[in-house]
Write a protein that binds this ligand. Structure first.
Ligand code: ADP
Length: 489
């Protein structure tokens, strides 16, 4: 299976687990909300229930007070409580959800109606009329004895109180039951969330470990292969039997290594052929050139008197051209020799090396050379000699100023030295900054500056073989700075 599918399904699984945990918690929060709502309704029911019972007591005492004193204020208190109780009963009816509670409430209403309609209201009316005539007073007294002194009214009241008690108890019971259920649900949800989150984390960890093990070892093998290729070992092969993206990468790397191996082999072969060709051609051309040069010398020596001035001039030109052709051939040979022969490393004092170079160069009195202290290195003396000698030679050669100035200096970096060869000469236009490192590329007028165009190509080849780089910054007419790096160790 492809790695991308592993990652996709793993994340999907973890996501599902988290979604389940969230959903469970969401549902719990819904239940808690409903419970909170229920709790506030329940508190209201209990409050109404207490208020109703207090109103009954108010009505009883109001009625008694009126019966004893005939004071209107007593009956007003009775009326207010009575009206409020009607409202309370209507409110409770709309709030109660439990069927048993509702049934009890209906019975309470019935008892309340019975108490007011059959006892309290008729007695109150009789009392109002009692003061009008004696017969009415007698009616009131009889009524009072029949309805109140018998104890029927008290029985109804006691029944009413009992029913309300049962009603409140039911409310408390339902509340307790809901509370217990909620606590259980919270506990259950917490446990479930804990396990699901734990499971998700363990799963995520297992997936990470699995993927890391599945990927990292194979990536390490591929990194090793890339390092081998970078080190020049192209005969490498990855065996990855999988069927995923890394296997395809391994296959591509194998293919790349194969191609590189073939191309490098081809390149090596054609380079060797080219070197051989350069050698053979150079050597073969050297002897005919020598021959021509000899013939010119013989003519000059043996027929000196017969030669006109013009012919002598031509013979001189021939010798000059032969010398140029010879230095070109020498250049080709030196260029071809670079990195072919093993050069011994030795401790080299670069201050001495530069001094030796300057001694062998045509440094006239019109050129001033400044050399800053240079390091002592352990390296291939012959190669760095070639680099310095070509750069310093050019710095002196390509100078058109009255007083030429050449500065040689060095900067030390962590793993390498950086050397600078600076001059105040003719400079090089930016467009030629790359071109001049190609063999046989010359820019300056050959009649003024003699050159073969091999020097910088040799410098570049040496630095390339040592995996170093060379930089040029130059302003035409003002001068140039060539800088190159050389490994410290
Ligand atoms: P040669 O000096 O034999 O011509 P090089 O490869 O050393 O060959 O240089 C290539 C060309 O680069 C030179 O012909 C010259 O035009 C230019 N060049 C090199 N060094 C300098 C320099 N210091 N100042 C100006 N031009 C330079």
């Amino acid at each position: 299976m492809k790695i991308v599918y592993y990652i996709f399904f793993s994340f999907l699984l973890i996501l599902l687990l988290f979604a389940t945990t969230t959903f469970i918690n969401f549902r719990l929060s819904g239940t808690v909300n409903a419970n909170t709502e229920y709790l506030s309704t329940s508190t209201e029911i209990i409050r109404y229930s207490g208020r109703f019972q207090r109103n009954i007591l108010n009505m009883v005492s109001g009625l008694r007070g009126y019966l004893l004193t005939g004071e209107r204020s007593f009956i007003d208190a009775y009326d207010a409580s009575n009206t409020e109780n009607d409202t309370i009963l209507a409110e409770l009816g709309s709030m109660v959800a439990d069927t048993l509670q509702y049934k009890l409430l209906m019975e309470i209403k019935e008892l309340n109606d019975k108490w007011t309609e059959e006892y309290t209201e008729p007695l109150r009316k009789a009392k109002m009329l009692a003061s009008v005539s004696d017969s009415n007073l007698q009616v009131f007294n009889r009524f009072y004895r029949e309805r109140f002194l018998t104890g029927d009214e008290r029985a109804i009241l006691a029944n009413l109180q009992q029913k309300f008690k049962a009603f409140s108890n039911l409310e408390y019971n339902v509340r307790q039951e809901k509370k217990t259920r909620l606590t259980e649900l919270v506990d259950k949800t917490r446990r479930l969330s804990f396990w699901l989150t734990g499971l998700s984390l363990i799963l995520a960890l297992a997936i990470v470990v699995f993927l890391v093990r599945k990927i990292s070892r194979r990536i390490a093998v591929m990194t090793q292969m890339a390092n081998d290729i970078a080190a020049g070992n192209y005969d490498v092969n990855i065996k990855d039997p999988g069927n995923d993206e890394l296997s395809s990468l391994g296959y591509s790397l194998n293919h790349m290594a194969d191609q590189l191996f073939q191309n490098i082999s081809l390149l090596k072969r054609s380079n060797e052929e080219l070197d051989q060709f350069a050698h053979i051609v150079s050597h073969d051309m050297k002897s005919p050139l020598r021959g021509i040069s000899n013939v010119v010398s013989w003519i000059e020596e043996d027929h000196k008197e017969e030669l006109s001035q013009k012919v002598e001039q031509y013979l001189h030109i021939i010798k000059e051209r032969i010398a140029r052709a010879e230095s070109l051939i020498e250049g080709i040979l030196s260029y071809a020799r670079i990195d072919k022969e093993e050069v011994e490393k030795e401790t080299t004092d670069l201050n001495r090396l530069v001094y030796e170079i300057l001694e062998n160069l045509p440094v006239g009195s019109n050129v001033k050379v400044e050399v800053s202290p240079l390091p002592i290195i352990y390296s291939e003396k012959f190669l760095i000699f070639q680099v310095f000698s070509n750069l310093i030679g050019n710095a002196i050669k390509y100078n058109d100023k009255e007083m030429g100035l050449v500065k040689i200096s060095c900067e030390e970096h962590l793993t390498e030295y950086e050397f600078f060869v600076e001059d105040n000469g003719i400079g090089i236009a930016p467009v030629y900054h790359k071109k001049i490192f190609v063999i046989f590329q010359t820019l300056a007028d050959k009649d003024i500056f003699s050159g073969t165009g091999v020097g910088l190509a040799i410098v570049k080849k040496i630095l390339d073989s040592k995996k170093q780089h060379i930089r040029l910054s130059s302003v035409p007419g003002k001068g140039s700075v060539f800088s190159f790096t050389w490994p410290k160790y």
